[in-house]
Ligand binder design. Structure first.
Ligand code: IVH
Length: 671
């Protein structure tokens, strides 16, 4: 493709992608499928790869990230980013209203109320309508330049909508991780037995400071804007500023409200006190702003904050109650979690009866004793936690908690690995919650996908001694299931059908379903792509495993241990014999020639006639082997456009034959 055509195509694709992105994220309308969108984006990225000089700073391709920032540059805020004064009571809010009234000499005024979003403050700088910089609040006068990361947030316009905009302005707001996205990340981390993220706010601020913007792009951050700032903007009120931001295509939370007086502000506070918990964003209060900009100017600022705005914080969602008992839960992996059983108490709209205590260290840290009066809090965290003990109320006769030594479910002595906080029950194959948990893990969608089965059925099957491991599922008969409580003909057939269908589920899902410690879905995919069959995987040594990209020592050790256990081998043999998939069905590569027989090739850069994976398939179709790195063992380097100079130099040094796309095509005799 020549440069002019490419330029035209890039412009066309960019305009379309900006449009569909806006429609999707701001109006929740999908005019095209995700697949079509991805294909267009891919095409754009490809073209920009071939003609890097045509890539613009506001290209939709910036959304996927990829740039690494080693050190975030410090940037001075042209307009300082102040904080707000906080109040916790109606009285203080009335005092604020009194100060406003006096400050304005009894002139009429109105308030604009918004929710106070609990995330990370950001200022987005726009020049000629284009996003040129994203800066964190920092200390209010200087912040970090996190532009590359900000550009990955889909709801932040890379260029504003419409034709009329000031030459320069800033849109300020709060970057946050929606609760659903936060929970999803933690579900994945739990599955991989990684430490959980504490709360959405920390997760958002951590994400914004990541060096690799491609990782940030996957985090699903969002941003609500609440301030339109700049010099001589053509607006007279905060409300007009907000409406302008909406017109420009920014994401403004539709929870704001104009209030005629402080009583209406109180109504707003009351309205959102409970309702806010249903939002997908954490909030910790409301912000009250004098609406007129002229009046804001007259009221001015104190050293730290504006006199025309204030934050009303909802009472820390904390309460006191009594710790009745500590019980212990055993999870799928055998990890033991102590649970505080509390005198029921109402907190943030729900009745709290239990709180997680995490592990023995946490109990010791809190110096917790049964019968204690404890403070419980529901912060950003979903599960309430005990934050402190009220020692003044402690019963003199109370005793320190004696942490259990044996599994509460099967009696086996617990173990605690050196340096680990958590106790484990080592009886993986005989401990009821571990057995049931391993089956629950196996049937989930990402694994064997037996959706006709649920937790209750597993419990029934276990109670009736019909299953003790996942292989037993395949021995279940119609009679076995039919006699279970609640099962009729149709449900029985359904369940058996679901089990039968799992025999067609791909190997990587089944491998994940086996529940090998530290082998989450992504790891399972990596292992399967590398070893291809369970036989090869089970025979792999620790060293061979650690050679697989992204497989670390902890995972390798766990895989080796798993396949050294005769019971596990027997289980897999049973699963194999009933017909489960333990090999990948490779893309059957149809042999088209042997021009590359016995040769190892590296491909680099982009090609006119082939996609990246496509050219690899073509190489295989002609008998060649594709390797990823240049080394002495490589015979040919197929160099596309934009290949890195370092690769070429290395290849030249090793005297590897370098061919271009045309030469490659003639080598395999393809026109
Ligand atoms: S207005 C001059 N509006 O709360 C102050 N702030 O201490 C301009 N925040 O750092 C801030 N929601 O990160 C404003 N609707 C909202 C807000 C909000 C959250 C945060 C912001 C700021 C802190 C105030």
């Amino acid at each position: 493709m020549d440069r002019n055509t490419a330029q035209q195509k890039i412009q066309e694709l960019s305009a379309k992608l900006h449009y569909y992105n806006y429609k999707y994220y701001q109006e929740s309308v999908s005019e095209i499928s995700d697949f079509e969108f991805d294909m267009m984006l891919k095409e754009l990225i490809n073209l920009e790869g071939q003609f890097p000089e045509l890539k613009t700073d506001d290209s939709p391709s910036q959304r996927v990230g990829g740039d690494i920032t080693k050190n975030f540059e410090t940037v001075e805020h042209k307009i300082p980013m102040l904080s707000l004064g906080n109040t916790y009571s109606k009285e203080e809010l009335e005092d604020f209203d009194g100060r406003v009234k006096r400050g304005l000499g009894e002139e009429e005024y109105e308030y604009f109320c918004e929710l106070k979003f609990d995330g990370v403050a950001i200022s987005l700088h726009y020049e000629n309508g284009k996003l040129i910089r994203g800066v964190t609040r920092g200390d209010g006068s200087k912040g970090d330049d996190i532009t590359k990361n900000a550009k990955t947030i889909r709801t932040i316009p890379l260029k504003v909508r419409g034709e009329k905009f000031p030459e320069y302005f800033e849109a300020r707001g709060e970057v946050f991780l929606p609760r659903e996205a936060f929970n999803e990340i933690n579900r994945g981390r739990e599955e991989n037995e990684e430490a959980l993220l504490a709360n959405p706010r920390n997760a958002a601020s951590g994400s914004l400071k990541m060096q690799d913007s491609a990782v940030v792009a996957k985090r699903k951050l969002d941003c609500f804007l609440y301030s339109y700032a700049g010099e001589d903007l053509p607006i007279d009120s905060h409300e007009e500023g907000i409406k302008q931001l909406e017109k420009f295509g920014f994401n403004v939370s539709q929870t704001y409200q104009k209030c005629k007086n402080i009583n209406e502000v109180f109504d707003f506070i009351k309205e959102w006190e409970e309702k806010r918990h249903a939002l997908d964003v954490d909030t910790d209060g409301i912000v009250v702003k004098v609406n007129s900009l002229a009046q804001q100017e007259r009221l001015g600022f104190t050293a730290k904050s504006p006199r025309w705005a204030i934050a009303y914080k909802y009472k820390a969602e904390s309460s006191t109650t009594i710790l009745r008992e500590i019980t212990y839960q055993v999870g799928r992996t055998g990890a033991v979690t102590p649970v505080a059983n509390l005198e029921p108490v109402s907190l943030a709209g729900t009745t709290v009866k239990r709180a997680s205590l995490h592990n023995a260290n946490e109990i010791a840290r809190l110096d917790l004793r049964v019968g204690d009066t404890v403070h419980v809090e529901k912060g950003g965290e979903i599960i309430p936690k005990i934050t402190a003990v009220d020692l003044t109320k402690r019963d003199l006769g109370s005793k320190e908690v004696d942490y259990i030594k044996n599994c509460p479910e099967c009696g086996t002595e617990l173990v605690r690995a050196e340096g680990e906080a958590v106790h484990y029950c080592p009886n993986r194959k005989g401990c009821p919650p571990q057995i049931k948990g391993s089956i629950e893990h196996y049937i989930q969608r990402k694994a064997a996908d037996i959706d006709s089965m649920g937790e209750r059925t597993i419990h029934l099957l276990y109670e009736k001694s019909l299953v003790r491991n996942i292989a037993d599922l395949y021995d279940l008969t119609y009679e076995d299931v039919f006699k279970l409580e609640g099962f009729k003909d149709l449900s029985t057939q359904n369940l058996l059908k679901g089990i039968e269908a799992s025999k067609k589920i791909p190997f990587e899902n089944i491998l994940f379903g086996l529940g090998i410690r530290f082998v989450g879905k992504t790891v399972a995919e990596k292992l399967v792509a590398h070893f291809k069959t369970i036989k090869k995987l089970s025979e792999a040594s620790f060293e061979e495993l650690t050679e697989v990209p992204e497989i670390g020592e902890r995972i390798a050790q766990s895989v080796v241990e798993y396949f050294h256990d005769d019971d596990n081998i027997a289980l897999i043999e049973r699963l194999k014999s009933v017909g489960l998939q333990f090999e990948i069905k490779e893309n059957i590569i149809e042999q088209k020639g042997n021009a590359l027989e016995g040769k190892s090739l590296v491909v680099s850069g982009v090609f006119d006639n082939y996609g990246r994976d496509e050219i690899k398939d073509v190489i295989k179709q002609h008998g060649g082997k594709v390797v990823s790195a240049i080394s002495g063992k490589v015979d040919i380097l197929v160099a596309g456009e934009n290949m890195g100079p370092a690769k070429r130099q290395k290849a030249e040094k090793l005297e590897i034959k370098i061919i271009n796309e045309t030469e490659f095509r003639s080598l395999i005799k393809e026109n």
